[in-house]
Design a protein. Structure first.
Length: 70
């Protein structure tokens, strides 16, 4: 039996790592991977922090409605 998602709760495992090759004068490039911690989990990869944040905003909404309810 698969557990349904709770619309008020999410659980993710976030993995962050730097790419090994960094050219002189360049900032290191970070990569990100998110895995849902539920049965039937999804795995998503992101090439930038901005892409990761865009994903989380889409998943969780902007958070304004939840803050107002609290």
């Amino acid at each position: 039996m698969q557990e349904e998602k709770n619309p008020l709760s999410r659980a993710y495992l976030l993995r962050c790592w730097q790419e090994e090759e960094v050219k002189p004068g360049q900032a290191p490039r970070w990569r990100f991977r998110v895995e849902e911690v539920l049965p039937g989990q999804r795995q998503m990869g992101f090439g930038s922090l901005e892409a990761l944040i865009t994903f989380l905003r889409a998943e969780l909404g902007d958070g304004e409605a939840e803050v107002r309810r609290a």
